[in-house]
Design a protein. Sequence first.
Length: 123
Amino acid sequence: MDVLNLSVADLRRAALIKEQIETLSGELSRLLTGSGAPRAAAAAPAAASGGRRQMSAAGRAKIAAAARARWAKIRAAKGGAQPAKAAASSGGGKKRTMSPAARAKIAAAARARWAKVRAAKGA
């Protein structure tokens, strides 16, 4: 039977039966676990399974500090390279440019490659 075709009375009865099933299910879980109070997992299964554990700000700070220390050790082993922020702010991070001769060489290679493609299409 389609839920959309049910009468209002039938829908109310279905909701009542569903509540009774949930109540009985909670009682059954209390009996099986042997505790007097309902378990949180039995009472709210969606909240228990869908939630993610939260990390405190102090925990995140400790992890971040450990990561910075690891990277500092790696940079020191490579020869004392500056961190990215310090290099950019001190003007050492100048943008590299291509020489006109290199650009002309790359452009000529691209033209030759496309000429080959056009020749293959035409033949």
